[in-house]
Design a protein around this ligand. Structure first.
Ligand SMILES: [Zn+2]
Length: 311
C-alpha cells in the first residue's frame, strides 16, 4: 500500500477551522463534527456516507471502508460514560479520514468485496498495544481532534490570563462540548503559565504533563509519582477543599518534583465513577534568571497514559 503524503494534523485542523470561521463566523461552537465530516468528505469520490453509534465492547471508534462501494463508515462506541467523548472519537475518526486514509476507488472493488486492510480500528488510548506506526497515527488523529474541537486562538480568548478555576473550565467544556480531561490537557499544551496536570488513581499518578514553561523550570510529572497525602488530590473526594471553585494554596514541601518542592495552587476534580482525579497545579512565575535553559524536548508521556480514554 502506498503511503499517502503525510499531512500535519495541526495544519489540517487549522485549515478546517479557518473554513468554518469563514462560513459560520465566531458563533460556531461547539463544532458540529458530524455535519463537517459529511460536508467535507462529500467533495471526494469516497465520502463518509454513514456516521453511526454502535454498541460494541472493546473499541472506541472505527473508520471502515464499505465492503461493496467506495464509501466510508464512521462508527463510534456509544457506551462511553464520558461527556464529550463521543464527539472527540468522531473527530478522531474524521482525522483518520483526512490524514491517513487511502482513497477508495471503484477499482478496489473489481474483485468483489473489499478486504479490511483499509480500516482504522481505534482502541482507547493505550499506545503500548499499538505498533509504532499505528501509535503515531493514533496520536495524530487525537491531535487533529483536539485542534478541531478547541482551536487554540479561540481557547486563549476564553481564558485570557486567568488561572484555571472550576467555573472557567465549566465554561470551556460547555463551549466546546468536550470532556474535562480534554479541556485541561489542551490548556496545559498552550498556556504560557507554569502549570501541570496530574491524573491519579489509588494514590499514584497515572499520567501527567507540565506546560512548556513549567517543564523548562524542572517540573516533570512522572507516571507513578506518589500523590502527597496533604494535597487536595491526596485528601480525596471527601476532603475539605474537594469541591472548591478556585485553586487552593498548598505550601512548599507537599508536591515534590524532580528539582525539589515549591508551593502550588491546586484545583482537583474527582470522578468517583471513573475512579480517578485530575489535578491542575499552578506554580508561581519564576524570575527570568531562575529559568533553567535546558535544551530538552518535551517528553511525550502519552504512552504512560493508562486510563482508558482519549479524552
Ligand atoms: Zn484512531
Amino acid at each position: 500500500m502506498n503511503e499517502p503524503v503525510r499531512k500535519s494534523p495541526i495544519r489540517e485542523a487549522n485549515r478546517l477551522t479557518v473554513m468554518l470561521r469563514t462560513v459560520l463566523g465566531e458563533d460556531r461552537f461547539p463544532i458540529d463534527v458530524e455535519a463537517l465530516a459529511r460536508e467535507v468528505s462529500r467533495q471526494n469520490d469516497d465520502p463518509i456516507a454513514t456516521i453511526e453509534a454502535v454498541d460494541i465492547d472493546g473499541f472506541e471508534g472505527m473508520l471502515r471502508a464499505h465492503p461493496r462501494r467506495p464509501h466510508w463508515q464512521l462508527l463510534y462506541n456509544d457506551q462511553s460514560q464520558y461527556p464529550g467523548r463521543k464527539r472527540f472519537t468522531m473527530a478522531h475518526e474524521f482525522g483518520h479520514y483526512q490524514l491517513h486514509r487511502q482513497p477508495l476507488t471503484a477499482g478496489h472493488y473489481r474483485d468483489g468485496e473489499l478486504d479490511n486492510r483499509f480500516n482504522f480500528e481505534c482502541l482507547p488510548l493505550q499506545s503500548n498495544k499499538w505498533k509504532d506506526t499505528e501509535g503515531k497515527r493514533e496520536e495524530e488523529a487525537d491531535t487533529f481532534a483536539s485542534y478541531l474541537l478547541m482551536p487554540i486562538d479561540d481557547y486563549r480568548k476564553q481564558v485570557g490570563d486567568l488561572e484555571m478555576s472550576r467555573p472557567l473550565l465549566d465554561h470551556v467544556i460547555d463551549r466546546y462540548d468536550v470532556s474535562l480531561m480534554a479541556a485541561v490537557r489542551k490548556w496545559i499544551e498552550f498556556t504560557d503559565k507554569r502549570a501541570a496536570m496530574v491524573v491519579a488513581s489509588d494514590g499514584f499518578a497515572l499520567w501527567g504533563r507540565a506546560s512548556a514553561a513549567a517543564y523548562k523550570s524542572g517540573i516533570f510529572v512522572r507516571s507513578g509519582l506518589e500523590i502527597p497525602t496533604n494535597s487536595i488530590a491526596g485528601m480525596g473526594s471527601t476532603g475539605q477543599h474537594a469541591r472548591s471553585d478556585q485553586p487552593i494554596a498548598i505550601p512548599s514541601g507537599v508536591w515534590n518534583f524532580s528539582r525539589g518542592s515549591e508551593p502550588v495552587r491546586e484545583l482537583t476534580f474527582f470522578s468517583n465513577r471513573l475512579g480517578f482525579s485530575i489535578s491542575v497545579l499552578h506554580f508561581d512565575p519564576l524570575a527570568a534568571h531562575h529559568t533553567v535553559d535546558d535544551e530538552v524536548e518535551l517528553m511525550d508521556t502519552y504512552d504512560k497514559f493508562i486510563t482508558n480514554g482519549h479524552s
